[in-house]
Design a protein. Structure first.
Length: 70
């Protein structure tokens, strides 16, 4: 998995790549502009466990956290 930011789309992403080909097969993207996450699969028949892990890690790593100021 690779995490990065995308200035053009105004957000952050987490990509899942095929271990053999290094081709990106799926992405979780957090849009700062829209304030929401989306999932995109670039290949069919991805293992469910891999998709679930990508989504869970995306929630952990890409979701903004708001800290309350006392």
């Amino acid at each position: 998995m690779e995490r990065g930011s995308d200035v053009q789309r105004d957000g952050m992403y987490l990509e899942l790549s095929d271990a053999d080909t290094r081709k990106v097969v799926a992405e979780v993207f957090y849009s700062g502009k829209a304030g929401r996450m989306s999932f995109t699969a670039y290949e069919e028949d991805l293992p469910l466990e891999a998709v679930e892990l990508l989504i869970e890690r995306g929630k952990q790593l890409l979701s903004p956290t708001i800290e309350e100021v006392p």
